[in-house]
Unconditional design. Structure first.
Length: 171
């Protein structure tokens, strides 16, 4: 692995998403409180276990969601990216695999179906927030879209990688 030229770690921080997560957690917590303290006379043990399990699942999912990040790293000889928690292996693109690239403004919902990992026939997008992304067109025609909050820094790093790659091909 070459020298790191760019590294970015993006987290889901949209207020609407966190409002939905919080409301779900509160609803499950209220259900547990209701059965245990407000209306304890029924002794409905299966319901109590179901709600307790749901609360535990909500807490685990909330923590996972808080820790999930899109990590993008550009080195002198590759571009690597992955969603932590959901992808064990880091995906890697080499300059030889990329026929062209561009950084542009995007509409995540309209163009790619929203944030997260989205796969279609020819596109795979990795988007967390914002409206800027690098679009790699691979030599086989497939596109890989990676969102960024630092488009200028990413552009400088990619320019260095692909300039070095072109120089290597000439020699």
């Amino acid at each position: 692995m070459g020298k790191v030229l760019f590294h970015e770690k993006q987290y889901f921080r949209q207020p609407a998403i966190w409002l939905l997560v919080a409301l779900t957690d509160l609803f499950v917590l209220y259900s547990l409180i209701y059965i245990v303290w407000i209306d304890p006379g029924k002794e409905d043990l299966p319901a109590l276990w179901a709600i307790a399990g749901s609360l535990l699942l909500c807490v685990v999912m909330t923590v996972m969601f808080m820790k999930t990040a899109l990590e993008t790293t550009v080195t002198t000889d590759e571009i690597s990216y992955r969603f932590t928690w959901f992808q064990r292996k880091t995906r890697v693109l080499t300059p030889a695999e990329v026929s062209r690239w561009e950084i542009r403004e995007i509409s995540p919902a309209r163009e790619f179906g929203g944030y997260g990992v989205k796969k279609s026939r020819k596109d795979t997008s990795f988007l967390v927030s914002g409206k800027k992304a690098v679009i790699f067109t691979l030599t086989d025609g497939e596109k890989v879209i990676i969102g960024t909050q630092k488009p200028q820094m990413l552009q400088m790093a990619l320019s260095q990688v692909f300039k070095a790659s072109e120089e290597n091909e000439i020699h």
